[in-house]
Design a protein around this ligand. Structure first.
Ligand code: AHG
Ligand code: MN
Ligand code: MN
Length: 336
C-alpha cells in the first residue's frame, strides 16, 4: 500500500528536511487548513445549516455580503487570532486590518484572505472556495499598521486556496512548488494527492466572462477574437471556453489541465483597474500559478511585481498557461 502523506507530515518535511519554513509558519498554515475544514462543513450543510442567502450588509467594495462570506470570515479570524504566529489579518470582507488582540502573543506574520470566493455560486450549489496569502512583517517596530501589508506579491512566504466542490481540495505553496491535498472526511485529515504540480505551457481552453467582451481594451479584444476564430483564424486551432465564476474553481482547473483565466479591465468603470483584488485574489493565485510553471500578469506587468498602494486595490488579471499569458502580454505591449 502506498504511504499516505498528511498535510502535517508534508509541512514538517518542508520545515525539517528542506529548511523552507520556520515552525511558526508551519503552525499558521495548519490552522488555516483547519479553518478551511470548518468552512467546508458549513458549506456542506447548505440550507440545512441556515447558511444560504444574503446577510443584508455590504463590504468595503460595495458588494452585498452573503451569510457565508461573513461566517467564513469569522471562522478564519477566530481560528487564527490566538496561535501566536500572527501580528494581524486583512480580509476582503473587512474595511480595515484586524490586529491580534493584546490578550494573545503577537507573531511576525500577516495573513490575508478572501474568505469565500465565488459568492454568487453559494446559493446554487456550485464550487466556491477560500483564498489566502501570508506575508512577513518587515519592520521590527512594535505594533502593526496597514502599511505593513503593502508588500508586492513576490514577498509572499506562502499562499493557497481551498475549493469546496465535489471534493474539498487544499492547494498550497511555500515557494517550493505546488502541492494538493484532498480532505478525507472520515479521518478528518488532509491527504497529499498531487505534488510538484505543473501547468502545461500551451492550452486550447480559456476562462473569461464573455458577456463583458465589448467593454474590454483592444489588446484583450484581439486576443479573444483570435481564439474565437479557431482553426480558421491566426491561431490555427479551435478553443474551448469554461467559466465557473468562482476564481478558485477556474484556477484549479487550470492547475489540473492548463488554460488561461482572465478578468480584464473594463471601460465602463475606467478608473477601476479590474474586478479582482490584488492582495486577496491576484497575488496568492499568481504565486501558486508561477510556482506551477505558469504566469500571471495585468497585461503590462507581472502581478507579483506590482507595488500595492492600498489594501483593497483591484487589478486586471491574465494568468495560467505560460505561452498564452505571454501572447496576451505581447498584444498589450504592441498596443502600447
Ligand atoms: P468574490 O465572490 O470573492 O467577490 O469573487 C468573485 C470573483 C471571482 O471569484 C470570479 O472569477 C468573478 O468574481 C466572477 O465574476 P462574474 O460575476 O463577473 O462572472
Ligand atoms: Mn473572490
Ligand atoms: Mn469573497
Amino acid at each position: 500500500m502506498t504511504r499516505r502523506i498528511s498535510l502535517t507530515q508534508y509541512l514538517v518535511e518542508e520545515q525539517r528536511e528542506r529548511g523552507r519554513i520556520p515552525a511558526q509558519l508551519r503552525l499558521l498554515l495548519e490552522v488555516v487548513a483547519r479553518a478551511c475544514k470548518s468552512i467546508a462543513i458549513s458549506v456542506n450543510k447548505g440550507a440545512l445549516g441556515g447558511v444560504l442567502g444574503s446577510a443584508g450588509s455590504e463590504n468595503v467594495q460595495g458588494e452585498v455580503q452573503k451569510k457565508l462570506d461573513i461566517i467564513a470570515n469569522e471562522v478564519l479570524i477566530e481560528a487564527n487570532e490566538w496561535g501566536g504566529a500572527l501580528a494581524a489579518m486583512a480580509s476582503e470582507e473587512m474595511d480595515s486590518i484586524y490586529v491580534v488582540p493584546n490578550r494573545y502573543p503577537q507573531g511576525e506574520y500577516l495573513l490575508l484572505f478572501d474568505p469565500l470566493d465565488g459568492s454568487s455560486n453559494i446559493d446554487v450549489n456550485v464550487s466556491i472556495g477560500t483564498i489566502f496569502s501570508v506575508l512577513k512583517k518587515q519592520s521590527d517596530t512594535p505594533g502593526v499598521s496597514t502599511q505593513d501589508f503593502l508588500q508586492p506579491g513576490s514577498a509572499q512566504v506562502a499562499a493557497g486556496y481551498c475549493v469546496y466542490g465535489p471534493q474539498t481540495t487544499l492547494v498550497l505553496t511555500v515557494g517550493d512548488g505546488v502541492a494538493m491535498f484532498t480532505l478525507d472526511r472520515e479521518q478528518g485529515s488532509w491527504v497529499l494527492t498531487a505534488d510538484e504540480v505543473r501547468i502545461p505551457e500551451d492550452t486550447k481552453e480559456f476562462a473569461v466572462n464573455m458577456s463583458n467582451q465589448r467593454h474590454w481594451a483592444p489588446p484583450m479584444q484581439r486576443y479573444i477574437d483570435e481564439c474565437l476564430q479557431g482553426k480558421d483564424g491566426p491561431r490555427g486551432k479551435d478553443f474551448n471556453m469554461r467559466w465557473v465564476a468562482s476564481m478558485v474553481a477556474d484556477v484549479h482547473r487550470i492547475l489540473c489541465r492548463g488554460g488561461v483565466f482572465m478578468y480584464p479591465w473594463d471601460k465602463r468603470e475606467p478608473a477601476k483597474a479590474g474586478k479582482l483584488r490584488l492582495m486577496y485574489e491576484a497575488n496568492p493565485m499568481g504565486f501558486i500559478v508561477e510556482q506551477a510553471g505558469g504566469a500571471a500578469t495585468n497585461g503590462k506587468q507581472r502581478v507579483l511585481d506590482l507595488q500595492p498602494g492600498q489594501l483593497h486595490e483591484r487589478v486586471s488579471v491574465i494568468l495560467g498557461s505560460k505561452n498564452e499569458v505571454e501572447r496576451a502580454s505581447a498584444y498589450h505591449r504592441e498596443a502600447g
